[in-house]
Ligand binder design. Structure first.
Ligand SMILES: NC(=O)c1ccc[n+]([C@@H]2O[C@H](COP(=O)([O-])OP(=O)(O)OC[C@H]3O[C@@H](n4cnc5c(N)ncnc54)[C@H](O)[C@@H]3O)[C@@H](O)[C@H]2O)c1
Length: 335
């Protein structure tokens, strides 16, 4: 079967992660890459808060000095948009208009309003459009979602999600440290868990939120509490205001009627099930990250000619609207 020809737009931290993942997966043919930095196109890209391992060579791949040039000239069926968030809207819409399938990195855009504009612009297109909300494909998160959806351990009573990091100093031209370009940690980092909570439980009845602002960098720490009418109470904590060498970590604790589900990346990648029946099980089939599954799903949707139903522009916009809601609550506190 002919492989989908993929172009990668943005070869910074997560672009290199996509590059290594594409090479490892072997499910697509990488034909083109674009980046503003000649250094990155020469294969000497920046690091991020997760290690990128594997083959990141660009032998035989056409290189372009911008995503716009790649869209105009490259031989690609699909693109992965991995540029700074403030550029997502224009590039993602341009890619769809150019007839490409699009996997756009999270967050889809800087606000719910921008997300809705993207939804409107791509409506009616027969191209696949997906947002890289990788937690939906991260093994321990997927397993927990399956248990919650199937009610394996009864209803969820309450849950906590956490994501903490040192400052992302790697960013191109420091864009992550400018709230106007990245939305600050409350968007860039915290949206991962906000989207996952929305995926599991939907829109809450009410939101309480507090935050720590750091000048023009925006809200660098957000602590939110989601109350559901007939469902759980969920707390979500995220921030990158941790002085180095504090390591990146993420995790959750989902308390069901008959078991507690725990994931803690600083321990290992397994999902632990503390079962009320007395058995404690560490599901050890949770190795790996979410990027491989996310890419595989995207490419499979293209091959089948079907629109992705996981990580849609619509659900990603809902996550942006929840972050907007948190921001509004924090702003009411004068922060
Ligand atoms: N899914 C995840 O786990 C995850 C992790 C990190 C970042 N992200 C998201 O990925 C996006 C990129 O983040 P990053 O950390 O890789 O940023 P980065 O600063 O490391 O890289 C961005 C790259 O985009 C390039 N670029 C800028 N404008 C361009 C253009 N017009 N055409 C082509 N290339 C261009 C820059 O040269 C730079 O190399 C952000 O939206 C971020 O939120 C997602």
């Amino acid at each position: 079967m002919t492989k989908t020809k993929v172009g990668l737009i943005g070869l910074g931290f997560i672009g290199r992660m996509h590059l290594a993942t594409l090479r490892r997966g072997g499910l697509a043919e990488l034909t083109a890459v674009a980046d503003k930095e000649p250094e990155n196109l020469a294969g000497r890209g920046a690091a991020g808060n997760l290690e990128v391992s594997g083959d990141t060579s660009l032998d035989g791949v056409a290189t372009y000095a911008s995503g716009e040039a790649l869209l105009a000239e490259a031989d690609v069926d699909a693109v992965i948009v991995a540029v700074p968030t403030y550029l997502h809207k224009d590039l993602a819409i341009a890619a769809i208009k150019a007839g490409k399938h699009v996997l756009c990195e999270k967050p889809l855009a800087l606000s719910g309003e921008e997300g809705r504009a993207i939804c409107e612009a791509i409506a009616g297109s027969d191209r696949a459009f997906m947002v890289g909300h990788c937690l939906r494909f991260w093994p321990a998160y997927m397993k927990a979602a399956e248990f919650v959806r199937q009610g394996t351990y009864g209803a969820v009573r309450h849950a906590h999600f956490i994501r903490t990091s040192p400052k992302p100093a790697w960013a191109w031209q420091g864009w992550l440290m400018d709230e106007r370009l990245s939305g600050g940690a409350i968007l860039d980092l915290h949206v991962h868990d906000v989207d996952f909570v929305n995926y599991l439980f939907g829109r809450p009845k009410s939101i309480e939120a507090v935050g720590v602002r750091n000048g023009k960098e925006g809200i660098e720490q957000a602590n939110a509490l989601y109350q559901y009418a007939d469902g759980p109470v969920v707390t979500i904590e995220g921030g990158w205001g941790h002085p180095a060498p504090y390591p990146f970590r993420m995790g959750f604790r989902i308390v069901c009627e008959k078991a507690t589900l725990v994931f803690e990346s600083s321990v290992d990648m397994n999902l632990r099930v503390y079962d009320a029946n007395g058995a404690t099980e560490a599901l050890d089939n949770c190795e790996g990250d979410g990027y491989a599954g996310e890419q595989a799903y995207f490419l499979d949707c293209i091959a089948r000619g079907e629109a992705p139903t996981n990580g849609t522009a619509q659900s990603s916009t809902e996550a942006l609207e929840l972050v907007d809601w948190e921001r509004a609550v924090i702003a009411e506190r004068g922060i």
